[in-house]
Design a binder for this molecule. Structure first.
Ligand SMILES: N[C@@H](CCC(=O)N[C@@H](CS)C(=O)NCC(=O)O)C(=O)O
Length: 221
């Protein structure tokens, strides 16, 4: 039976899993559950009320990182976690750097006030929201971008120079930033900026950008 992935397409955590599934060529069913207006009984599936949730033949799996590792374990073809210890650790660390460090800032301080709150309130972001987001882009994100730029170095991909969950996690949140009209400063971080553009052009990611952009891009304007 096909996997069923529950969670709205705009979530960077849902998108991470969708990109992984596409890269591995795994078909799945997608139900775009919003954690803010969930279906009845949602907490039975998601004890923390969060998305994504993966259902595999009755088995319920929570948390995008747990889901991703489960998918890798069950589908070893086209591996997205390196086999060597150093590469494995680095891929999982960069995924956590994004999920636990970058997403709370880029999501909470930029995407939420510029896109999500205006959508919910049905009015454009006010001056305070715009100023807060601009401050986060100017002050909070550059140190994180600098770290990513250094970790990437001159390679095409973050770990062992082949696609891994690290690349997918880094790219996924930058899709949200793109929706909010924010890009990596190519003058300050040229290798990271070029990496993001390369990743956005991959079929697995371009398909999601094309699907999401009409719904989410710059809705605050
Ligand atoms: N560590 C979790 C984070 C998931 C998460 O925070 N999802 C957000 C949407 S992007 C959510 O469901 N928020 C609703 C809430 O926290 O109540 C994962 O990787 O799946």
């Amino acid at each position: 039976m096909a996997y069923k992935l529950l969670g709205a397409n705009v979530s960077p955590f849902v998108r991470k899993v969708r990109i992984q599934l596409a890269e591995k060529g795994i078909a799945y069913e997608h139900e775009p559950v919003s954690p803010f207006a969930p279906p009845p009984g949602w907490r039975d599936l998601s004890p923390l009320g969060k998305i994504p949730v993966l259902v595999d033949d009755g088995k319920v799996i929570n948390d995008s990182s747990v889901i991703s590792q489960y998918i890798e374990r069950k589908n070893p073809a086209t591996p997205l976690l390196p086999k060597d210890d150093d590469g494995y650790i680095q891929a999982l660390w960069l995924e956590e750097f994004m999920d636990g460090g970058f997403v709370p800032i880029a999501g909470g301080k930029v995407f939420l006030p510029l896109i999500v709150m205006p959508m919910m309130k049905k009015q454009p972001p006010d001056e305070a929201a715009r100023a807060g987001a601009a401050k986060a882009v100017a002050e909070d994100l550059p140190p994180l971008w600098a770290y990513l730029e250094a970790q990437l170095g001159d390679r095409q991909f973050f770990v062992n120079d082949s696609l891994s969950l690290a690349d997918i996690a880094v790219t996924s949140m930058h899709v949200n930033l793109r929706h909010a009209g924010v890009g990596v400063d190519a003058t300050a971080f040229p290798r990271l900026a070029a990496f993001i553009e390369r990743m956005f052009a991959r079929p697995s990611i371009k398909a999601l950008l094309d699907e999401e952009t009409p719904m989410w891009a710059m809705k605050q304007a």
